[in-house]
Unconditional design. Structure first.
Length: 396
């Protein structure tokens, strides 16, 4: 096993009706004025935004609103939020929404707390020295941003989707009511479940001598999400299933399932970021479309790990050797994706990238040939292109 640090400072308040405690939680932070950051649609229609604002008002905390966050959140809105916070004297940001809203809030927080262009952090040109404090009211189980150190933003200038991680951006608290996720469409629920599973799978597929305990937690987490994702396809109002998935989402991306490892592979995420940046696809769905092709491309470098995954997570019968067993596990995961309405190739996303577009995505993913991605097998720009090409599939 590897040496590790495990840091999870986020206070979690979980259960029915907990969004009504937001005012008290913000007051505990000693702030004077809050930016309430959100998307559109459901937080307004459901009355959640009104409940949050009423809770803040009851504690005498003035609030300024900034809505309009979209999936694959945009740098332009982040910059607007930075200017708004500085103009209004904001000292706390409350994200009401899913991972996109929380990621956008973190980026705004970095921009307010640091001089210069916030995009520098996402381009890895420099490191943040602070972040405005963040709180989250979670409405979508997926990204795990409510307890993670990471944030992903899309720059419309070139449609570059980039991530940045810093402990400064960890939320002070996360308010998590599974009931708030019950109105999500099936596709969004399924996409979120894939995202959660992938956060642990990226860590699971590594090149370490792994801890039995970390492996066991990881394997059970993936199985739990898989089981409850299928329940939610038929029973969207099942509170217990929603709760299992929501809590798994946080634990999958707060560092727990990476304790004692080399950090994992993350190539599928990097490859999907370019799909999301170019075609604006749902992140979890994009991961499902890429993962099987990535797995087959790299399995020969770590067949025994894929075999363990196949047996302990996907419950397949072992084959004649680790490679055959691992391939059966990949097929079983793709079958699961199909059962919950997720894609297993890029064309299943309803897009048909051209040769030029696939090469462009590979160039961007390699940071224009300045980096490789992954650890199971280090992928250069040519490998990235081959995975995009093999994952493309055919339009129906």
């Amino acid at each position: 096993m590897e040496n590790f640090k495990y840091y999870t400072p986020t206070k979690v308040v979980f259960g029915r009706g907990v969004e009504n405690q937001v005012g008290e939680l913000v007051k505990e932070q000693g702030c004077r004025k809050v930016l309430v950051h959100y998307g559109s649609g459901s937080v307004l229609r459901s009355g959640l935004l009104d409940r949050v604002l009423d809770s803040l008002k009851a504690e005498g905390i003035p609030a300024v609103e900034l809505g309009g966050v979209v999936p694959n959140p945009r740098l332009s809105l982040v910059r607007e939020g930075i200017e708004l916070c500085r103009r209004e004297g904001i000292d706390f940001i409350l994200a009401v929404g899913g991972g996109s809203v929380i990621d956008s809030a973190k980026a705004i927080g970095y921009g307010v707390a640091n001089e210069g262009d916030v995009w520098d952090f996402y381009e890895k040109k420099r490191q943040a020295k602070g972040c405005l404090p963040i709180g989250a009211v979670l409405t979508i189980s997926a990204a795990g941003s409510e307890m993670s150190d990471s944030s992903v933003i899309t720059n419309e200038d070139g449609w570059l989707k980039r991530g940045y991680s810093s402990d400064y951006g960890r939320a002070r608290f996360a308010v998590m009511n599974p009931e708030l996720t019950m109105t999500l469409p099936k596709y969004q629920t399924a996409s979120g479940c894939v995202d959660i599973m992938m956060h642990t799978m990226e860590r699971y597929f590594n090149m370490s001598e792994n801890m039995e305990l970390t492996d066991g937690i990881s394997e059970q987490l993936i199985r739990t999400v898989k089981k409850n994702a299928e329940i939610l396809m038929d029973e969207p109002d099942n509170y217990d299933a929603r709760a299992e998935v929501m809590w798994a989402g946080s634990l999958s991306h707060n560092g727990l399932t990476g304790c004692g490892t080399d950090g994992g592979d993350w190539a599928s995420h990097q490859l999907e970021h370019e799909l999301g940046g170019m075609f604006d696809v749902a992140h979890g769905a994009g991961l499902a479309a890429i993962w099987g092709t990535w797995a087959r491309y790299v399995i020969d470098a770590r067949p025994e790990r894929f075999a363990q995954f196949a047996v302990k997570v996907m419950d397949v019968e072992p084959g004649k050797d680790a490679l055959e067993t691992g391939l059966k596990g990949i097929e079983a995961m793709e079958a699961f994706y199909r059962r919950i309405g997720m894609p297993v190739c890029i064309c299943d996303l309803g897009i048909d990238p051209t040769e030029e577009q696939m090469r462009e995505m590979a160039e961007k993913c390699s940071h224009f040939r300045k980096r490789t991605v992954g650890c199971v097998k280090k992928l250069d720009v040519n490998d990235m292109y081959e995975i995009y090409r093999n994952a493309k599939g055919r339009m129906a």
